[in-house]
Write a protein of this length. Structure first.
Length: 216
């Protein structure tokens, strides 16, 4: 029998269903990833391969421009900071890890702001900020364990479990590397609870650095 599986999802939302629902209302998820000026991106979309592709490309182009401007001014690196506002229910784990890596290794510093809600795979993007990770005063974040579903043979299910363990390791590693004040026991407890964190809880546990207090 063939394998039927939704693999390595960081949340319980089917991103393909999200995209269909949005298109009913005339919105394409890719169009909900927008560059609003030379230093600001709004990511108001499910985390999918297509939306993350657009995000990664925008980030690369913006960092190239800012780096070029710095060199023309006689500086080795840019002093500018790109701000990414994130409002997302999450989606595909591997896409989220890709976006997080592009944020972490961008040549320009990145400030991420949790705006409204960042859940699951979207939190990987938020915590990857290289400047600061901020959260709006009335926003929430939700982190939880990896989800995977498979209908297949016993040996394939065992292989799937091994693969899930590896992706769980990658996810935990990212959280602990990016969130300096987050401890492994707190991370384990939070992943299992699957309860939204209020701004003060997100800051206290170490997922965010501070509550956003600047002008938008």
């Amino acid at each position: 029998m063939g394998r039927q599986c939704k693999r390595y999802r960081a949340d319980s939302t089917d991103s393909s269903s999200d995209e269909k629902d949005l298109k009913v209302f005339g919105e394409d998820p890719v169009d909900l990833v927008k560059r609003v000026d030379r230093k600001t991106i709004f990511f108001y979309s499910p985390v999918t391969v297509s939306t993350v592709l657009k995000f990664n490309v925008l980030l690369k182009r913006m960092s190239d421009v800012l780096t070029k401007d710095a060199w023309e001014s006689g500086k080795q690196t840019s002093d500018e900071v790109i701000t990414v506002f994130i409002n997302s229910d999450g989606g595909d784990l591997k896409a989220g890890l890709s976006a997080a890596d592009h944020i972490r290794y961008c040549r320009v510093k990145i400030r991420c702001v949790v705006d409204g809600d960042a859940s699951s795979a979207a939190t990987l993007m938020a915590v990857a900020a290289t400047d600061t990770c901020l959260i709006m005063a009335h926003a929430t974040i939700l982190v939880h364990q990896l989800r995977s579903g498979v209908i297949s043979t016993h040996s394939e299910i065992k292989q799937e479990t091994l693969n899930c363990n590896k992706f769980e390791t990658l996810m935990r590693r990212l959280y602990l590397e990016c969130c300096g004040r987050l401890t492994s026991p707190i991370l384990t407890k939070t992943l299992k609870s699957e309860i939204c964190l209020l701004p003060e809880e997100a800051v206290k546990q170490g997922f965010c650095d501070a509550v956003f207090t600047h002008d938008i």
